[in-house]
Design a protein around this ligand. Structure first.
Ligand code: DC
Length: 233
């Protein structure tokens, strides 16, 4: 088996919002038996605590202190092999970190270099000594630049807005598709243009356009790539 420098299989999955990263990462983790790390949930946790503590998105010192608190208490648990639960110490924050108000803050909060440094350290710490799949925006470029397989998922703006709207409707939240499309485009713009670790495929990432594919198709494709590289049997 060929792996990264630590001798571990690390798979990086990056891409813009609603390109299918979470579903695909979960599918690969289940099939191969990898630790699953959702890096976006860490930035969401920082955004949530900053909202609860009434900290402004321009208050660097306070954001850094919150990021350190998150780094010290953050835990992910794959419940029944199906759903990824997020804990901050004893508190379960799975639903709270996805509430809309905090969601609006996550892009400005994740632009803060000090916050990113803490979160990157946390992500590396969670995969150290483990075979893992990590999904996010800068995993292949910054967090795990030596990962033996990096994929970059994309989908058309319309398809991503459609998927995000369906997801929200399943939770009983009624949404206007044009608004969802606008919010996704706005988030892409901020994520792609920030100074530190912008959303960008690594030079050696394999691009996969998921617009016309099911998540199961994409999982099969990635499993095939891992096998072709001799990373799994
Ligand atoms: O994957 P997600 O939608 O839960 O991510 C939420 C936000 O977190 C996203 O808009 C940008 C930020 N993020 C980031 O900056 N870097 C990552 N590796 C993952 C997420």
């Amino acid at each position: 088996m060929s792996t990264d420098s630590e001798g571990r299989l690390h798979l990086a999955i990056d891409g813009p919002a609603a390109a299918g990263k979470s579903t695909v990462a979960l599918g690969v983790a289940q099939r191969v038996g990898l630790t699953l790390v959702d890096s976006g949930s860490m930035y969401r946790a920082v955004a949530l605590l900053s909202l609860e503590d009434d900290v402004g998105t321009d208050d660097r010192d306070a954001l850094l202190e919150i990021a350190r608190r998150v780094a010290a208490s953050f835990r992910l648990e794959l419940r029944d092999g199906e759903t990824l639960r997020v804990y901050l110490g004893e508190r379960e924050g799975t639903e709270d970190i996805r509430a809309q108000e905090g969601g609006r803050r996550v892009s400005p909060v994740s632009e803060e270099p000090g916050v990113r440094t803490e979160m990157v350290r946390l992500q590396r710490c969670l995969v150290e000594g483990r075979d893992a799949v990590v999904e996010g925006r800068d995993i292949g470029t910054t967090v795990l630049p030596d990962a033996p397989l990096k994929v970059f998922l994309t989908a058309s703006d319309e398809e991503r807005a459609h998927r995000r709207a369906l997801e929200m409707e399943e939770k009983g939240i009624r949404v206007d598709r044009d608004t969802v499309l606008r919010e996704i485009s706005r988030r892409d713009e901020i994520d792609s243009s920030r100074a530190v670790s912008p959303l960008r495929p690594a030079a050696d990432a394999v691009p996969i356009d998921t617009t016309e594919k099911t998540a199961a198709d994409v999982v099969d494709e990635i499993i095939g790539m891992l096998a072709d590289k001799g990373l799994i049997n």
